[in-house]
Ligand binder design. Structure first.
Ligand code: TYM
Length: 357
């Protein structure tokens, strides 16, 4: 595998958060590993997004060619306020930069700034199997909550396949909820290559067991649309309030009852925000009823507030530089588009489309 040579060192405030490390990508020895991932600008960039995906984005940019995309076209599939969209895109870009995405190392861009995403999505929809698309769990879940079911919600994974294949990405760092979409991308690759000749490689996830961070209710995935999240930008009071209402351990009825840290939501989350010896101490305290759920929640709030403080500080610094984020996104789109154009020229030729003048 060829790795990307890195540029200047950058500070990555998010590195203060602890937890599991990513498995390094391994493409075939002759293929350059290319990492691509995306995130929707739906407001409320949360710790599930961070721990499930963005934390890996920051690490991967140290070694590989990485492209990170703010997928505004995907966000159109849900009811949204158009007037607020530019602000949400800029805020998300600011937060990604604050987490440690370095525009010198990774290409950070907005999906709609590269029109080739939509063009390739249409082409891929002509090979994507209808039956498999209708089995996508996220489609089923979102359809149940939607006012009406638009076609974009159904073909959402095809646009995601286009995002990945436009850059011939080999590795895709995502949380567990996106693995089924990635499987569909692999199926689309097989069908496309079968019909039109070898063009794309099948992209791989980064982790064998991708993360699924549960929401504060402890029952459903942490999600913007379910409102059961802690945002990376939440202030200390909000974090304390949210965690105080979080699910813990339903078998622990009285303060003196021994707890079960392995099945407790609050104890589980602690591992991402505290060093292992501190986690072990808290878990032991819970197990022996030396500490109660209120103490566990206080410890988690303290650790989370401390971990997120540097990201929030960096966010404020970036926001104090007007125009910087737009400049970074425009440069990112310029770089992404150069690659996208090449892929589309190849794809059009494979399909037998008559070249334009
Ligand atoms: P989105 O915007 O819902 O989430 C962005 C990333 O965060 C991960 N994630 C989670 N991980 C663990 N636990 C959670 N509770 C949790 N919630 C979210 C997601 O898995 C994702 O990695 N369809 C994608 C965006 C997308 C994309 C792509 C991703 C569009 N094109 C191409 C990869 C490659 C989405 O809606 O992510």
């Amino acid at each position: 595998m060829t790795t990307k040579t890195s540029s200047t060192a950058s500070s990555t405030p998010a590195a203060t958060l602890s937890g599991a490390t990513s498995t390094p990508p391994s493409a075939s020895p002759t293929t350059e590993a290319t990492v691509l991932s995306g995130i929707q600008p739906s407001g409320g960039f949360h710790i599930g997004n961070y721990l499930g995906a963005v934390r890996d984005w920051v690490k991967l940019q140290e070694q590989y060619r990485c492209l990170y995309c703010i997928v505004d076209l995907h966000a159109l599939t849900q009811t949204y306020d158009p007037a607020g969209l530019p602000g949400r895109v800029r805020e998300l870009a600011t937060e990604l930069l604050a987490c440690g995405i370095d525009p010198e190392r990774a290409t950070l861009f907005v999906q709609s700034h590269v029109p080739e995403h939509s063009e390739l999505a249409w082409i891929l929809s002509t090979v994507a199997p209808y039956g498999e698309l209708s089995r996508m769990t996220q489609f089923k879940e979102k359809s149940e909550r939607a006012d009406y079911i638009n076609c974009g919600l159904f073909t959402y994974p095809v646009l995601m396949a286009a995002d990945i294949l436009l850059y011939k990405a080999t590795h895709v760092p995502v949380g567990e909820d996106q693995i089924q979409h990635l499987e569909l991308t692999r199926e689309v690759v097989r069908r496309f290559n079968n019909r039109f000749g070898p063009t794309f490689a099948e992209p791989m996830p980064i982790h064998k067991e991708p993360l699924r961070i549960m929401g504060l209710d402890g029952k459903q995935k942490m999600s913007k649309s379910l409102g059961n999240y802690i945002a990376v930008g939440d202030d200390p009071d909000t974090i304390r309030k949210k965690i105080s209402g979080a699910f813990t351990d339903e078998t622990r009825l009285r303060r003196k009852d021994p707890g079960h840290p392995e099945s407790c939501y609050v104890c589980g989350l602690q591992q991402y925000f505290s060093p292992p010896d501190k986690v072990a101490e808290l878990h032991e305290g819970c197990r022996t009823a030396r500490i109660g759920c209120v103490d566990s929640k206080r410890a988690l709030s303290d650790a989370m507030i401390a971990s997120l403080a540097s990201i929030q500080e960096r966010k404020r610094e970036i926001m104090a530089k007007p125009g910087l984020v737009d400049e970074i996104l425009h440069e990112g789109a310029r770089r992404a588009r150069a690659v996208a154009k090449k892929t589309m020229a190849e794809v059009r030729e494979r399909l037998g489309l008559l070249p334009a003048a």
